[in-house]
Ligand binder design. Structure first.
Ligand code: HEM
Length: 411
């Protein structure tokens, strides 16, 4: 939870996201609008930057490589390849997906390329592990001024884990586990939220209203002033939009369990499947998260509708095992709160800065497409045009003029 409260970390990477969006700014006279572009890859870059900083202290800065902190010398080890780690993760995952689809015939696939991607990812993590083991408590020293702010004392997962174990393989595996579990899932969720907002202008308007009432407009060059606790507790419609997005397009659409002993489940047996059913030891059970979200009897008989209001009707909708986008039980997602708060924060900042997210997919009513490489992202990307809010532009100009004035005074 401490890490979630590191607001500065998120805001720095959101600012880099905005700079990346600004590169899609319209060249014509209408400077409020961006051109049509795909927002999805930008979310993946941002998520990689945030996660690599949280886990290892040193962000990959895929959004802005010039921000990369110079790495300290580590004798006998080549510096990690920060440039290509995202590519290796994407390619490695695509292999895992294909192997999964081939099931027991996966041995048919050549493994050379897959092994190369895995080796590159291991090498990346191992460098930080070795640095931590060599430097001990001074691991964070090189990070004193990342992003211009003092950061030497913050929570970095590798640094904390190394207080408990010095086993390099354990440290590598634990951090890579969280990296792969947290990076693409959150990016895909952000993509899907914007995907649905762009197609549902009324929902977009209502959500933007909630955000502006709660946090006011975007002001360039100033800290957002938003506390994560407030993001979590004071945006009920945002929470409804996130839930509805996860119902319509679950980031993890399928999960499974293997029964460790003979078990009786309360329903699923008998002619009408409402009787108890025996699950013998060793049985694999698939959990169809996506299909559960499409059942008319569970979702007000309109499961095809993107309708966040369903989460707020009759007080507040409580959910149980019919809604399991983060899994359930003892092994459920450890990062659920982080993912929800981070997504809400990023969407809040976007809605403060832009007053319109326009759907730019061609044709605009193209059917939804799922692209599944372990996590489920939009198969057609997130094709949008964004319009900067008027006051954002005015405040930005004032801020730039002030900066320029200060620069002239200094020289
Ligand atoms: C939208 C974002 C996310 C979704 C939809 C998601 C979904 C899931 C799901 C379905 C599982 C399997 C749970 C089960 O089998 O019951 C899982 C496990 C896990 N997730 Fe997430 N996750 C997300 C973000 C994150 C983030 C941001 C982190 C970490 C920073 C994270 C860390 C983990 C870990 C460590 C596990 C394994 C837990 C265990 O096996 O004990 N996840 N996640």
């Amino acid at each position: 939870m401490d890490q979630i409260n590191d607001l500065d970390l998120y805001e720095r990477h959101v600012q880099a996201l905005f700079a990346a969006i600004d590169r899609h700014q319209n060249d014509s006279s209408d400077e409020q609008w961006t051109r049509v572009f795909d927002l999805q890859p930008l979310f993946y870059n941002m998520s990689l930057d945030v996660m690599s900083e949280m886990l290892y202290g040193y962000s990959v800065h895929s959004q802005n490589p010039s921000e990369r902190v110079e790495l300290p010398e580590l004798t006998g080890h080549e510096p990690p390849d920060r440039e290509n780690i995202g590519m290796h993760m994407d390619a490695g995952k695509a292999w895992i997906e294909t192997r999964g689809a081939l099931w027991k015939y996966r041995w048919l696939l050549p493994v050379k390329q897959f092994n190369e991607h895995c080796a590159a990812i291991h090498k990346y993590a191992e460098w930080f592990v070795q640095l931590r083991l060599t430097r001990g408590g001074e691991y964070l020293d090189g990070l004193q001024h990342q992003g211009g702010q003092p950061h030497g004392d913050r929570y970095v997962l590798l640094n904390e884990l190394a207080k408990v174990t010095q086993d390099p393989v354990e440290l590598r595996s634990q951090t890579l586990n969280v990296l792969s579990a947290g990076r693409d899932t959150t990016a895909a969720l952000l993509g899907w939220i914007v995907y649905f907002l762009a197609r549902h202008p009324k929902v977009q308007l209502k959500l933007r209203y909630e955000v502006l009432i709660r946090f006011g407009p975007y002001v360039s060059g100033q800290p957002s002033g938003i506390e994560f606790k407030k993001v979590r507790d004071s945006l009920p419609y945002m929470n409804a939009v996130i839930n509805e997005t996860l119902r319509m397009a679950p980031v993890v659409p399928l999960n499974d369990r293997i029964s460790l002993r003979d078990t009786v489940l309360p329903r699923g047996g008998g002619d009408d499947r409402t009787e108890p059913i025996l699950v013998p030891k060793g049985t694999q059970i698939l959990i169809p998260t996506y299909a559960l979200g499409q059942r008319p009897d569970l979702w007000d008989f309109d499961p095809d509708e993107f309708r966040p209001e369903r989460w707020m009707e009759d007080g507040k909708r409580k959910f149980g095992f019919e809604f399991v986008p983060f899994g359930g039980g003892l092994r459920q997602c450890l990062g659920q709160q982080l993912a929800r708060i981070k997504s809400a924060y990023v969407i809040t900042r976007i809605l403060q800065r832009y007053d319109t997210i326009e759907n730019a997919e061609s044709p605009p009513d193209a059917p939804i497409r799922f692209h599944h490489t372990i996590e489920n992202r939009s198969g057609s990307g997130v094709q949008v045009k964004l319009r900067k809010a008027k006051w954002t532009l005015q405040l930005q100009r004032r801020w730039e003029a002030k900066n320029e004035q200060q620069r002239l005074e200094i020289h």
